[in-house]
Design a protein around this ligand. Structure first.
Ligand code: SAM
Length: 338
């Protein structure tokens, strides 16, 4: 069951009861990048500090509505101290990007220059870590930074720095022990065995590093013996040991390579469903409630429904709420026919 609420995130969160959600998966508006066309929207603050303060206030309410073993997954991108229309985020005109963007996208972009307070034009602000540290200081447990690596990142015309091809997802928890189903999000244990030469079956034998005869290798695999649903110190120790892994799977790594895939509907800052899925699978059980206070086009809601979770989505722009409702209408519970 999904509930879509057209409102300011803070207003609605304040009305939700304590401990009603298991996990929150969200992507707040990036700082100084877009105008979502609604009064009270986050992202247009005059300074990065005000933006972080507003987000901390919202996530404080999220913490209250999460169960004690609940988690928060925040996808957040960075901004440069000058950004905007037809330009790279550090102020350099980007003809290619200009051509790719639709009129609607261009209209939504804002031209903002944030200088002073130690920031110079072209400085990377470091928004993700400012937010992570602020949330930690506010009481959250900062458990992991995850790099979302984009193989199809937007081209940039910059010649004085690498093209940005990643964003962050932070995993935070309300308590030191929390629900995390590592088993549900394991990944193939690639590299554990000698690579097969093209067209052959390979040796199938553990490589030298994994046999433990390297002086330099000090572990790092995921040897959890199918007990990973428990994030205890024992499992933590085992996951760094050298016990052989025969399952062909290993604990999920902290770099996720996922192509951006815009949702067809009228929203321009969607995250891909495959980015949300591991967060939902690790952070909740079927039947749990998943929250997204910046619901946008409803990607979190769509995956929650596909995976048999309930969903509460809050979105300030009424047009996007309509997009979410239509999206969720055509989306079905896992196993059901479309
Ligand atoms: C980056 S988008 C989220 C996109 C979403 N993850 C998706 O895949 O479609 C951020 C959304 O937050 C909404 N928003 C901005 N300020 C808000 C506020 N104060 N309360 C609720 N929603 C807000 C914007 O309208 C926008 O749709």
């Amino acid at each position: 069951m999904s509930k879509i609420i057209n409102s300011d995130a803070l207003d609605t969160l304040r009305k939700l009861p304590d401990s009603c959600c298991r996990t929150c998966i969200t992507s707040p508006p990036y700082y100084g990048l877009r105008d979502y066309g609604a009064d009270g929207q986050i992202g247009l603050e005059d300074t990065p500090e005000q933006y972080i303060e507003n987000l901390v206030r919202i996530f404080r309410e999220v913490r209250r509505v999460l169960k004690d073993d609940g988690t928060l997954w925040v996808n957040i991108g960075d901004s440069y101290a000058a950004s905007g229309k037809g330009r790279n985020r550090d102020g350099v005109f980007n003809e290619k990007a200009e051509n790719i963007q639709s009129a609607r996208q261009k209209k939504s972009q804002i031209r903002r220059t944030i200088e002073g307070n130690g920031l110079k034009r072209k400085d990377l602000i470091g928004i993700p870590w400012l937010l992570a540290f602020a949330l930690r200081a506010d009481g959250w447990y900062l458990r992991s930074d995850i790099i979302w690596q984009k193989p199809n990142a937007m081209p940039e015309s910059v010649k004085d720095r690498p093209t940005r091809a990643h964003e962050y997802i932070f995993l935070l928890s309300k308590s030191s022990r929390y629900y995390y189903d590592a088993e549900a999000v394991k990944e193939p244990a690639v590299g554990f065995y000698n690579a097969a030469p093209a067209g052959s079956a390979g040796t199938g034998k553990p490589n030298a590093r994994r046999r433990g005869n390297s002086r330099t290798f000090r572990g790092g695999g995921a040897y959890t013996h199918d007990r990973a649903q428990n994030n205890s110190a024992t499992v933590e120790r085992e996951s760094h040991g050298l016990t052989p892994n025969e399952s062909g799977k290993r604990n999920r790594r902290s770099v996720w390579t996922i192509a951006t895939r815009p949702y067809k509907g009228a929203h321009f800052a969607t995250f891909p469903e495959e980015l949300v899925r591991p967060c939902i699978l690790a952070g909740s059980r079927p039947g749990d409630t998943v929250l997204d206070p910046f619901a946008g086009s409803g990607t979190t809601g769509a995956v929650a429904e596909q995976e048999g979770r309930d969903f509460i989505g809050i979105e300030i722009n009424p047009d996007y709420c309509e997009i979410i409702r239509q999206r969720l209408d055509t989306c079905c519970r896992k196993g059901a026919k479309p």
